[in-house]
Design a protein around this ligand. Structure first.
Ligand code: NOJ
Ligand code: NOJ
Ligand code: CA
Length: 726
């Protein structure tokens, strides 16, 4: 409260000054502010819209396939795993149902342009005896090369993809390579033993594992990063990705789905798999087909997590932005934080994530309570949260059914059947007004974020890219209206109508030549969005995707003003071969240059240079995953062991870029004073390396003696164990 008063005082004195200044101006020059019509700039972005590597202009709609729509009763399971009145059993939803809703226009009406569906792979067909639950959610895989027959056949899958694509809608699959199904709970026996099959052939099970397909540690207590990686999550048979069969399996499996036409991948539980294995797997994905990949790194609050930041910035994939979700839920759902707190999280994540616009945002999902329930069934809170979600940085995701005011607490109650397909509800309309803006106004897709006016209840922020501007105002207080004075914007002079057409009570604003907005009232619980689009005549990079690759991979550069004829693109000082060129999207091949991070710059045919877009990571070549281990490396309290070597992936001998801290607390792999780490390395090379000890201040102790060497295979995995050399 104190804070808010302080704020308002400041605003008032500022406004007074500004108002008198305007008077002087008007008086002196006799300027009369007339309404300047908003210029309708051409923002045709077909090239961007069909770009699978970037989702900057998309709104994602997340579907729990089993709970969406039953389009084909003939594929429903029989027996105890099917019961539409039991939230833990299959309900019959399938790809035919999604196809039907695509054809009926439910998604195009909503304006979403990507569907994230449940993992499509074959799951166990029995009840998990430890929790009496069926695999309706798709997270209990048994064969990643076959479809879940209860969702449909390969034909049904392809029909869904083709139907979606014909409507300009992308398909993202959930993919869970961390584990198969539950196989561990006290002395219980599990009918399917967590077994893994490859297109019908049995490869092994959890208790029958001569090949070492699985890690055999107890349940994780989630206490450390290491513990979460090598221990099972709730008894889910934890796959050993260092096993060459498993590594090869996951690379081939995802290629099969890529070849079936998917446009993106949501990777389950990325916090629970090694960084090195995932980077090696992801590099294989990008070389096969550049698609947008985002991982689930679950966090329960709004605080930073250094392992998560590192993953978001260096793994090569985006993350689901739980911090943003929790911040919106706190401020607009439960009311446990202010709008200022929400904006603080936007600022903090804006510096923690190198590419904040590429993280995937949401307000609820299948692992947390529905927003309506969180907001005590207050529908305006939900509608306002959608306004924030759809105009903020990041790729927004709508969780199926929440736009129909579905309620539900925790899993499985937050995964109910789609309550209705009403296209006239307020929430449906809010989403349908705002979703298309991500395509027509690049300020949403690529822009920066700036706070323009705020107090505990109100947040007004501006997104901007070039001269494109979107201003969003949200008043979460449903019993108090506020007069907004002293608001400034980069919107050019003119009058702007609410993009929501007053659906949430907003009206128009008038902006002066200096960017001052006329004083207006933001009513109780109201939201409004105002926008301006401009044509760019000089090149401006908005995004580069993917942000890592090997020589020859295709990379997309999106933005505005590249021009219609091809200019040039440079990675640092190195020219890249241009594969295609439009005003908003350029495709280039990663040049054959030394591995490292490079800034990207576009120069138009007319010779104008763009901004530099930082940090594209060129890898040394095709990647493999290797487990490096060192025995007898005793350390002083506070020091850890790292590995460093003569390739970029091992830091090019620079201790500051060494890989680690390594792990030392997994009984089946290595316990202190043994240290180990799974790293991604270039394939088919003899690599030199050493272990170092580093303390918290960065002081380094090198191993003595000659370098260790490892010769990596051209495919598969590698491992090497040595003793610390004193
Ligand atoms: C996170 C998923 O979102 C959750 O629903 C699932 O149960 C676990 N990962 C395990 O796959
Ligand atoms: C320092 C290490 O001590 C040595 O073993 C290694 O060969 C060099 N760095 C490489 O420059
Ligand atoms: Ca069905």
């Amino acid at each position: 409260m104190m804070n808010q008063l302080h704020w308002n005082k400041k605003k008032h004195s500022y406004t007074k000054k500004l108002t008198s200044l305007l008077f002087v101006l008007i008086f002196a020059f006799g300027v009369i502010f007339t309404n300047v019509p908003v210029k309708a700039a051409s923002t045709t972005t077909d090239a961007e819209a069909s770009n699978t590597a970037s989702f900057s202009t998309d709104v994602i709609y997340q579907i729990v396939t089993d709970r969406f729509f039953d389009g084909d009763r003939s594929n429903n399971p029989s027996g105890e795993i099917f019961d539409q009145s039991n939230m833990q059993k299959y309900h019959g939803g399938d790809w035919a149902g999604i196809t039907q809703k695509l054809n009926e226009g439910y998604f195009t009406g909503l304006g979403v342009s990507a569907l994230w569906i449940s993992s499509p792979v074959e799951n166990i067909t029995t009840i998990d005896p430890s929790n009496n639950c069926a695999s309706y959610h798709g997270y209990w895989a048994k064969d990643f090369f076959r479809t879940n027959p209860y969702f449909g056949s390969l034909n049904d899958f392809q029909t869904m993809i083709q139907t979606a694509h014909s409507l300009g809608i992308k398909i993202v699959i959930d993919f869970a390579p961390n584990h198969t199904s539950t196989a561990e709970y006290g002395n219980m026996t599990f009918p399917e033993d967590g077994a893994l099959y490859r297109d019908g052939s049995y490869l092994g099970g959890f208790t029958n594992d001569p090949q070492g397909l699985f890690n055999h540690e107890s349940w994780t207590d989630f206490s450390t990063y290491e513990d979460g990686i090598y221990h099972s999550m709730y008894g889910l048979a934890d796959l050993n990705h260092q096993n060459a069969t498993v590594d090869d399996y996951m690379k081939d499996a995802i290629q099969m789905w890529l070849d079936l036409g998917i446009d993106g991948i949501r990777v389950d539980a990325v916090k629970h798999m090694s960084f090195g294995w995932q980077k090696n797997w992801l590099s294989s994905v990008y070389s096969h087909k550049p698609v947008f990949v985002f991982g689930e790194w679950f966090v329960g609050g709004v605080s930073a997590d250094s392992d998560m930041n590192k993953f978001a910035n260096d793994s090569g994939m985006s993350l689901l932005d739980f911090r943003f979700a929790n911040a919106v839920r706190n401020a607009l759902g439960e009311g446990t934080a202010t709008m200022e707190d929400l904006y603080n999280v936007v600022v903090e994540t804006g510096s923690d994530f190198e590419e904040v616009n590429d993280q995937v945002t949401f307000i609820d999902n299948h692992d947390m309570s529905r927003f309506m329930t969180l907001a005590s069934n207050n529908s305006r809170s939900l509608e306002n949260a959608y306004v924030v979600l759809l105009t903020s940085r990041g790729v927004p995701t709508i969780y199926y059914g929440s736009e129909q005011y579905a309620t539900g607490t925790t899993d499985p109650y937050n995964r109910g059947d789609m309550p209705s397909f009403n296209t006239n509800s307020t929430a449906y309309k809010v989403i349908s007004y705002l979703s298309p803006l991500r395509k027509t106004n690049p300020a949403l897709a690529y822009g920066t974020t700036q706070e323009r006016w705020m107090n505990d209840d109100i947040l007004i922020y501006e997104r901007q890219f070039g001269n494109n501007v979107v201003v969003t105002a949200v008043n979460r207080n449903q019993s108090r209206s506020t007069s907004i004075s002293g608001l400034n914007t980069n919107l050019p002079q003119g009058t702007y109508n609410d993009v929501l057409n007053g659906t949430l009570g907003g009206g128009s604003i008038t902006v002066s030549r200096t960017g001052a907005v006329n004083t207006f009232t933001l009513g109780a619980g109201q939201s409004a969005v105002w926008q301006y689009t401009a044509t760019s005549s000089s090149p401006l990079i908005g995004n580069v995707d993917p942000m890592m690759g090997i020589a020859g991979d295709t990379i997309t550069i999106t933005g505005r003003g590249f021009g219609s004829s091809a200019g040039s693109v440079k990675f640092g000082t190195n020219a890249a071969t241009v594969l295609s060129w439009t005003d908003s999207l350029i495709k280039v091949a990663v040049p054959s240059i030394a591995a490292g991070k490079y800034p990207i710059k576009v120069t138009s045919a007319a010779g104008t240079s763009s901004n530099t877009y930082g940090g594209f990571e060129v890898l040394s070549g095709t990647q493999i995953s290797a487990r490096l281990k060192v025995n007898n490396a005793s350390t002083d309290w506070g020091s850890s062991v790292y590995v460093v070597g003569n390739v970029y992936e091992l830091g090019n001998w620079d201790p500051a870029n060494a890989i680690g801290p390594m792990f030392n607390s997994t009984s089946t792999i290595g316990m202190y004073p043994t240290w180990f780490y799974d790293v991604n390395l270039p394939a088919g090379q003899t690599i030199q390396y050493k272990f170092i000890k580093k303390d918290a201040n960065g002081n380094v102790i090198w191993e003595s003696g000659s370098n260790h060497t490892i010769t990596t295979p051209s495919s598969g995995t590698a491992s090497a164990t040595t003793d610390w050399q004193n």
